[in-house]
Write a protein that binds this ligand. Structure first.
Ligand SMILES: Cc1ncc(COP(=O)(O)OP(=O)(O)O)c(N)n1
Ligand SMILES: Cc1nc(C(=O)O)sc1CCOP(=O)(O)O
Ligand SMILES: [Mg+2]
Length: 212
């Protein structure tokens, strides 16, 4: 069973990325997506190696954003691919059958295509406007999730869907009621003043207060 809470890392330098990822791990996140839009491949590689070690220490899953070759090279648990990244079936041939491949969607049609191509989870967004990612697809809002998740149910599609994009603590329960499997967040955890408390509250909302 996949974690219901994904932390999407942010930071413009290796040091900032490492600090933010360590903060997330140290305060209870167990699924890290390393999302580093660096111009220097050497920096991205060095960060990925360090994050792999950190995730091993914290028994956390490590997903690499965009870069299938890097994910394979460091033996990450998975990769996340967007609408303009490598096709999922091509990534599967490179990365193998046991690895986790996530895919970005902004519509039911995107989801259908990704599932046909063999993805393991969907990142459906954006829920609302966010400055964490540039070039956002059209904002979906709560009604967008309701509509898309209903279509998935009607078509017997059960691939886990994560909501992403501008999510705050108060958004979690309404989003979970639409039928999404979990959430992916970046700024909420990166910038909060009490990360351990926030992550525990997120988990309580995600797992229905089963978290002790
Ligand atoms: C869980 C999750 N969902 C969506 C995204 C967005 O990925 P992508 O469309 O490739 O955009 P970038 O993150 O590469 O800017 C994601 N990373 N994770
Ligand atoms: C990485 C990403 N992808 C999105 C999409 O809509 O595909 S929104 C997003 C940013 C998520 O960060 P925050 O929780 O700070 O808004
Ligand atoms: Mg991408």
């Amino acid at each position: 069973m996949f974690n219901k809470l994904q932390y999407i890392s942010q930071g413009s330098t290796v040091a900032a990325q490492l600090n933010n990822i360590h903060l997330a791990l140290d305060n209870g996140c167990h699924w890290i997506q390393m999302r580093f839009k660096s111009k220097q491949d050497s920096d991205t590689f060095a960060l990925a190696e360090a994050v792999k070690i950190l995730c091993q220490e914290y028994l956390a899953h490590l997903i690499i954003n965009d870069n299938v070759a890097l994910a394979k090279h460091i033996a990450a648990d998975g990769v996340h691919l967007g609408l303009t990244d490598m096709p999922i079936d091509q990534a599967r041939n490179i990365f193998g059958a046991t690895k986790i491949i996530g895919a970005t969607a902004n519509s039911f049609e995107d989801i259908q295509k990704h599932i046909q191509n063999g993805c393991d989870y969907i990142g459906l967004g954006p829920y609302q406007f966010t400055t964490t990612k540039e070039n956002l697809s059209p904002v979906l809002g709560l009604e967008g999730y309701r509509s898309i998740l209903t279509k998935m149910h009607q078509n017997g599609l059960s691939t886990p869907v994560y909501a992403i994009g501008g999510i705050t603590l108060n958004d979690v329960q309404p989003l979970m009621q639409t039928g999404v499997y979990g959430i992916a967040v970046s700024g909420l955890i990166t910038h909060c003043s009490h990360p351990k408390k926030t992550i525990k509250q997120l988990k309580n909302n995600l797992y229905g207060n089963l978290v002790v």
